[in-house]
Design a protein around this ligand. Structure first.
Ligand SMILES: C[S@@+](CC[C@H](N)C(=O)[O-])C[C@H]1O[C@@H](n2cnc3c(N)ncnc32)[C@H](O)[C@@H]1O
Length: 168
């Protein structure tokens, strides 16, 4: 497994956690917008509380789409834009201050839409509020399972045939 963390202090934490993990994980200094991996080289990609903070979330998701094989999965756990118009307006209004206080975190990003825009197909979407109790700009959360569609090739003009990546 490959994990990227551009910030040196947090990368040291990630390396310690990786060393204690039951599976081998290589932690590298890289940004999600430019993943050091070949096209289609992973069965799955995981983002957890990170797309709020990357400088270019759309580019990061396009990179994930590139490195996850056709038919592979994306799993995401993120805080997102409020589904209520008033809540979203509050997130937007607070953003200049919030992002400074919270290390570049942007509370009002519509990450679910960005996942679809990057080319993934949503398979499971759970919206929930966390933590319960008094709301903050980062209370609306999603847990997403999405899939990079299997590659399609032109069979004849005007039609396409799905090609699964395993043994096809
Ligand atoms: C809100 S923190 C969350 C950290 C961790 N996921 C957690 O839940 O404790 C956001 C993380 O995104 C990382 N980050 C910021 N920009 C990034 C980028 N362009 N590519 C990859 N990670 C990035 C930060 O260094 C930080 O570790």
């Amino acid at each position: 497994m490959l994990a990227v963390e551009p910030e040196p202090y947090l990368r040291r934490h990630a390396e310690r956690a990786a060393a204690a993990a039951p599976v081998p994980i290589r932690v590298v200094a890289a940004r999600a917008e430019s993943l050091p991996a070949a096209d289609g080289s992973f069965d799955a990609g995981v983002v957890s509380l990170v797309l709020c903070s990357v400088a270019e979330p759309d580019r990061a998701l396009r990179e994930l789409h590139r490195v996850v094989r056709p038919g592979g999965e994306l799993r995401a756990f993120e805080h997102v834009r409020s589904g209520h118009p008033l809540g979203a307006r509050v997130q937007d209004a607070l953003d200049p201050v919030w992002s400074r206080l919270a290390g570049g975190c942007h509370a009002g990003r519509d990450t679910t839409a960005a996942i679809v825009e990057a080319g993934f197909r949503l398979e499971d979407l759970r919206r929930f509020r966390f933590p319960p109790g008094v709301p903050t700009p980062t209370t609306p959360h999603v847990r997403v399972r999405a899939r990079r569609p299997p590659t399609t090739v032109a069979a004849q003009p005007g039609s396409t045939v799905p090609v699964t990546s395993a043994g096809a």
